[in-house]
Design a binder for this molecule. Structure first.
Ligand SMILES: Nc1ncnc2c1ncn2[C@@H]1O[C@H](COP(=O)(O)OS(=O)(=O)O)[C@@H](OP(=O)(O)O)[C@H]1O
Ligand SMILES: Nc1ncnc2c1ncn2[C@@H]1O[C@H](COP(=O)(O)OP(=O)(O)O)[C@@H](O)[C@H]1O
Length: 197
């Protein structure tokens, strides 16, 4: 919608900012159903990276919806806009030299790919927290599945709103009884082995 605007090229760029931080900026994008473990694992991973002196920023669904995306609900249109904003913010943070970790349901493949398209190939790392809905519903830490089953919440992901699973995520976290700590270690291990962080 914006016309007559020109991109300014600044002297201090992403490469310079990243090298002064001695880290590789990227987006580690967690996706999965509500209750799958995104926030828990993302938080543990961030702590591990921060303990190593890395400069990180965790963007979390519930938190961002209190501010930047506080005007958005859960219709398909609003979820698309939610992820568009998060993607643009993530791109800015990567430009600032940070390791960004995001924890959003991000149910639509096209929206996750939108974020991927904003970044260089090695900068977007999709992590699929593949916890089946039965388990998420059993956990139900916020009581939202119960409300959704009773019809008190409409458009709930996995119940009456779709979730499109990643086809080839960079990291796949299986549901096999591993603790959140073990899964955070698994992500960390794969990313360091691949030389991504
Ligand atoms: N209708 C509906 N569907 C799914 N989730 C709902 C809904 N209403 C509220 N919540 C709560 O909002 C959190 C998901 O927000 P996100 O921004 O991650 O969603 S999305 O990516 O835009 O789909 C989600 O948090 P998590 O459980 O951490 O995933 C829920 O607590
Ligand atoms: N690997 C795991 N095994 C068992 N419980 C887990 C695991 N990961 C997370 N949890 C628990 O599941 C619940 C939902 O986790 P949460 O991180 O809030 O999910 P999400 O952010 O995807 O909604 C929490 O009570 C959390 O302690």
């Amino acid at each position: 919608m914006s016309n007559n605007i020109v991109w300014h090229q600044h002297d201090v760029d992403k490469t310079r900012r990243a090298s002064s931080k001695t880290q590789k900026p990227c987006v580690i994008w967690f996706t999965g159903l509500s209750g799958s473990g995104k926030s828990t694992i993302a938080n543990l991973l961030e702590k591990k990276l921060a303990d190593e002196g890395k400069h990180t920023y965790l963007l979390d669904g519930d938190n961002v919806r209190h501010g930047l995306c506080g005007d958005l609900g859960f219709s398909e249109k609003d979820r698309v806009e939610n992820i568009r904003r998060i993607s643009e913010v993530s791109k800015l943070f990567v430009d600032a030299g940070l390791i960004v970790i995001t924890a959003f349901i991000s149910p639509f493949r096209a929206d996750r790919n939108f974020c991927r398209s904003l970044l260089a190939e090695h900068e977007f790392i999709e992590v699929f927290v593949d916890t089946p809905i039965d388990e998420c519903e059993k956990r139900d830490p916020k009581g939202l599945y119960k409300k959704a089953r009773q019809g008190d919440i409409k458009h709930f992901t996995g119940i009456d709103s779709p979730y499109e699973a990643p086809v080839s995520p960079e990291v796949h976290l299986p549901f096999d009884g591993q603790s959140a700590e073990a899964l955070a270690e698994l992500v960390y291990g794969q990313l360091t082995d691949q030389g991504r962080i």
